[in-house]
Design a protein around this ligand. Structure first.
Ligand code: ZN
Length: 98
C-alpha cells in the first residue's frame, strides 16, 4: 500500500473500502426508475482475503446485494478496484444473479 492512502485500513480490516477493497460492483438500475444513480459497492476486505477467485467473491457480494435492490436492475458490472485504471473484469446479467 502507498504511504499516502486516504483511509486507515490495515491487513485486519474487515469492512468495505473504496481504496482497499478488491472489487468494485456497480448495479445498473432499470431505466424506468429515472435518472437515479447506479449504486456502487466495494467488497468486504474480510471476503477479499477469504475468496481467491474474483467470481466467487463477486457471487458472495451478489447474494447480499441483489435482494437489497429487489431485482430492479438489469446488469451488474464488476471492476478490479486494485489494478490501475480499474478495468472491468466481468458482468452479470440480471437472470444470472437470481
Ligand atoms: Zn482502506
Amino acid at each position: 500500500m502507498s504511504a499516502n492512502k486516504l483511509c486507515k485500513c490495515t491487513r485486519k480490516t474487515r469492512n468495505a473500502c473504496g481504496n482497499c477493497s478488491r472489487l468494485r460492483m456497480v448495479f445498473l438500475m432499470d431505466f424506468e426508475l429515472g435518472n437515479i444513480q447506479n449504486p456502487v459497492y466495494y467488497s468486504f476486505q474480510a471476503e477479499d482475503r477469504k475468496y481467491k477467485d474474483e467470481r466467487v467473491l463477486a457471487r458472495q457480494m451478489l447474494s447480499r446485494l441483489s435482494k437489497l435492490h429487489r431485482g430492479r436492475y438489469h446488469k451488474i458490472e464488476v471492476f478490479d478496484n486494485q489494478a490501475s485504471g480499474k478495468p472491468k473484469l466481468f458482468e452479470f446479467k440480471k437472470n444470472e444473479t437470481l
